[in-house]
Write a protein that binds this ligand. Structure first.
Ligand SMILES: C[S@@+](CC[C@H](N)C(=O)[O-])C[C@H]1O[C@@H](n2cnc3c(N)ncnc32)[C@H](O)[C@@H]1O
Length: 231
């Protein structure tokens, strides 16, 4: 059984992902596709330690960050004590009125739910989004390869700072990210994750009532699908 010790360890390592250029690029791609207006109210679902939420705030958005893990929200609070946090389990429905948000973002969260919970959650996303609001979702594909994510990270780093500095930086992110992949395997075994096949996330968006669904953008070294839609 996954307990709070596990999550405390998981989130101690989690923010080392901020050193991995492919993760940073993934967050930037989500913001780019979502295109929120400055001042708009954005819900970050499964916000973890707040990396995406903080980036959206940097674009001038007002962000509500929702997660069911207290340890994650605590890490977020340390980074920004004025953040709006909601401790809630998204499989139990979202604790907001319908048409509450201008935009919704969610990175690497839906895949941690069962297929049945995924469709129920997506219908909740649709309910709380304002008409005309946009949603951006990214999730790893079934059979995703950690090495491809590293490969993309290394190539981005070499382009930005050259091979010498890249080797130095990798020393800092390799061990924690290997531990992250190990934690993910453990979680996947216990929780029966449902990873998406190509097009499955878009199909879920359609089935939940979203429209103008964009073509899938492959991100995170080609290992994750990023889909956008409107209500
Ligand atoms: C892989 S992390 C991604 C965190 C963050 N979105 C990011 O991009 O860094 C998955 C997050 O989803 C949260 N999560 C998983 N299932 C959830 C649920 N049923 N309700 C709310 N949060 C959930 C976890 O606590 C964790 O913070």
């Amino acid at each position: 059984m996954i307990g709070s010790d596990f999550w405390a360890k998981y989130f101690r390592d989690y923010d080392k992902l901020n050193l991995v250029p492919s993760y940073v690029e993934l967050l930037a791609s989500i913001c780019q596709e979502l295109r929120p207006e400055p001042g708009s109210l954005v819900l970050d679902i499964g916000s973890g330690t707040g990396n995406l939420a903080l980036r959206l705030e940097g674009m001038g958005c007002r962000v509500v960050a929702l997660d069911f893990c207290r340890d994650a929200l605590q890490c977020h609070r340390v980074k920004h004590d004025d953040c709006r946090l909601v401790l809630a389990d998204l499989t139990e429905g979202l604790p907001f009125k319908e048409d509450s948000f201008d935009a919704i973002a969610s990175n690497n969260v839906l895949y941690t739910l069962s297929a049945g919970d995924q469709i129920r959650a997506m219908k909740e996303f649709h309910r709380v989004l304002k008409p005309g609001g946009r949603i951006a979702l990214a999730n790893p594909r079934a059979g995703w390869k950690p090495l491809a994510i590293y490969g993309r990270g290394i190539s981005l780093s070499v382009q930005a700072v050259g091979p010498g500095v890249t080797v130095f930086r990798m020393v800092r992110w390799i061990a924690p990210t290997i531990r992250m992949f190990y934690y993910n395997r453990k979680l996947a075994k216990e929780n029966r994750y449902h990873y998406f096949e190509p097009d499955e996330q878009r199909r879920l968006l359609t089935e939940s009532g979203f429209r103008t669904i964009s073509d899938t953008r492959w991100v995170y070294g080609g290992q994750a699908m990023l889909d956008c839609a409107a209500k």
